[in-house]
Structure formats: structure tokens, C-alpha cells
Design a protein around this ligand. Structure first.
Ligand code: PSU
Length: 301
């Protein structure tokens, strides 16, 4: 394990002295946002975690080794590499990527696994994967959901991405026993929009309570993590009514072009970026930074 995990000196010191640490994923950098904005955002997310009094640990597999905390040169190289040249890693392919000595970006599922191995219990991202529309035929359900049921990490997201079937995503999370906690509101947020039109199963207004709930799960011997859904700041949201036709169009194009499996989410995010003249990316950036702020508070608590 020692050879497999490469800690940055800063993260190693923070973990050794019990300082709050927030894990960050790398698929959002390689497959979720275009270059060079992705690099700028990755740096800003790290800075936001630091401003919140925690140490950021961006996670990726570099030439077969799991890096917990990336130095700036590695972050820059990863951000500049085209997405099709970096593996998109989930639970199924993490070990294979390490065995082949390849480089891969970690999704929510793989980042949770690596964070738990490293002893990090809080993780900030944009939006988790979930049940895709038409899943009753395609069976396309993100491995992120199952991971939340297995691995004890609190994941802060702005909801599941609105390209998904949100009612089915909530049903699967409930079946898997994953707490879905909306921060500061009663409704489930929908990534670019604050309201999905669905009620959130749980609500908490205090980061310390979210941290306490994670501890309580461990004490009760319950496996798995928690999903904290944090609404995008009001000034940055794109209202649901604006997003619905855009998402519908992107979904129709994905179907026409036969986009499947791991390519679906990156394709849809890119098309929605084009269809909103870049507004979706501005919103995505704002919500990630907002999640990093909350994650730092939970980690500190
Ligand atoms: N959050 C973002 N953009 C992203 C993702 C999260 O703001 O691109 C990534 C995460 O890595 C998540 C993945 O695990 O999207 C979901 O992919 P899929 O639907 O193929 O499971």
C-alpha cells in the first residue's frame, strides 16, 4: 500500500497532525471542463479549501500510482492532457489502471475509494453521477451511487447532474441506504439550478451536524458514506425552466449519435456548455467552489 499511495508532503503532514483535509476529484478536470478553465478551477477549488482552514487533496492516478495531493506541475499536465488520453476511473478500473502503470482521472466513486484508503473523510465535487434517463432500457446507472453505499466518505455535491433521472436517482440512493442531506433548504438541488422540484429526504443547516451524522454512522456500524447536496449560490444559478429544453436537446443528440457508457456525461456537459454559450460552465465553477467551502467546514467540524 505504501508504494501504491503517493502523498503530497502537505497532505501527509495534515493527516499526521489531525488537521482537516478535503479530497477533490480529477475527472471533473479531465472530462468535465475544457482546458484551460479546468486548470484555473482546479487551482481555485484548492485555494477555497485552504481559505476554509482545510488542506486540499486532489486525487489522480499518475503512471500507476495513486496520488493524494498533486503538485502544481502535475495538476497542470493533467489538465492539459486531452480527455481521451486519460482513463476515466471508477471502482471497476482503478486497480487495472495501477497495474498497467497508466494515468487516470478519478470519478466520484474512485476518489471516494482513494480518500478512504488515505484516511480522508470529506470530499467535494460538482455533481455525482446517477441514474440516467432511459435506464430501464440502458441499465446506465453510475457506479457513484453504489460507492456511496459502500465507502465511508461524506461527499458534498450540488445534487446529481440535471441530465439524469433525478426521481430514480433518489429511489436508488434510498434503496442503497445512502443519506441524502440537503444543506440549508428542503428541496433537492439540481446542479445548475437550486431546485429540482423534488423534496430532499433530509435537511441540515449546520456543518457540525453533518460531521456528527458521519460519526454516528460509524458508531452504529453502518457502512457507506453520506451525500450532502448543496444548492448553487442564487446569483449564479440557471433556473430550471431555462435548463429543461437545453438538457432535452443535448440528450436527444446523444441518443442520435449513439453515445454510451462513460462517454455520456462528458458529451452532455460539453453540448450543454455550447447550447448555453458557456453559462453552464460559469454555473458549474460557482457550484464547485461553493461545495469546496462547505466541505472545508464539515472537515473542520
Ligand atoms: N462534477 C462535475 N463535473 C463532472 C463530474 C462531477 O461538476 O464531470 C464527474 C464526476 O467524476 C462523476 C462523473 O463521478 O462526472 C459521473 O460520470 P458517470 O455519469 O459516467 O458515472
Amino acid at each position: 500500500m505504501k508504494d501504491l499511495l503517493a502523498f503530497s508532503p502537505e497532505v501527509e503532514a495534515a493527516l499526521a497532525t489531525g488537521k482537516p483535509v478535503v479530497a477533490l476529484e480529477s475527472t471533473i478536470i479531465t472530462h468535465g471542463m475544457p482546458y484551460p478553465q479546468n486548470l484555473d478551477v482546479a487551482r481555485k477549488v484548492e485555494a477555497t479549501v485552504r481559505d476554509g482552514g482545510a488542506v486540499p487533496a486532489t486525487i489522480a492516478v499518475i503512471k500507476g500510482q495513486i496520488h493524494i495531493g498533486l503538485d502544481d506541475a502535475t495538476l497542470e499536465a493533467l489538465a492539459a492532457t486531452p480527455g481521451d488520453q486519460v482513463m476515466k476511473l471508477s471502482r471497476a478500473d482503478l486497480a487495472a489502471c495501477c497495474a498497467m502503470g497508466r494515468t487516470g482521472a478519478t470519478t466520484v466513486a474512485a476518489t471516494m475509494i482513494c480518500a478512504a484508503l488515505a484516511g480522508i473523510r470529506v470530499f467535494a465535487t460538482g455533481g455525482i453521477g446517477g441514474v440516467h434517463r432511459g435506464a430501464e432500457l440502458s441499465f446506465d446507472i453510475s457506479a457513484d451511487l453504489q460507492e456511496l453505499a459502500l465507502t465511508p466518505v461524506t461527499v458534498v455535491a450540488a445534487g446529481a447532474k440535471a441530465i439524469l433521472d433525478l426521481p430514480k436517482t433518489l429511489e436508488v440512493l434510498e434503496t442503497l441506504g445512502v443519506p441524502v442531506i440537503a444543506f440549508g433548504q428542503d428541496q433537492l438541488p439540481a446542479f445548475w439550478s437550486r431546485d429540482s422540484g423534488l423534496a430532499a429526504p433530509l435537511r441540515m443547516d449546520d456543518p457540525a451536524q453533518i460531521a456528527a451524522a458521519a460519526r454516528m454512522r460509524a458508531e452504529l456500524g453502518l457502512s457507506g458514506g453520506q451525500l450532502v447536496v448543496n444548492p448553487i449560490p442564487e446569483a449564479c444559478e440557471i433556473p430550471r425552466a431555462t435548463m429543461i429544453p437545453v438538457v432535452e436537446q443535448a440528450l436527444a443528440e446523444a441518443e442520435d449519435q449513439g453515445i454510451a457508457a462513460k462517454s455520456v456525461t462528458p458529451f452532455l456537459l460539453q453540448r450543454i456548455f455550447e447550447l448555453t454559450d458557456g453559462r453552464s460552465l460559469d454555473a458549474n465553477i460557482a457550484l464547485v467552489l461553493n461545495n469546496a467551502r462547505l466541505a472545508a467546514r464539515i472537515a473542520a467540524a
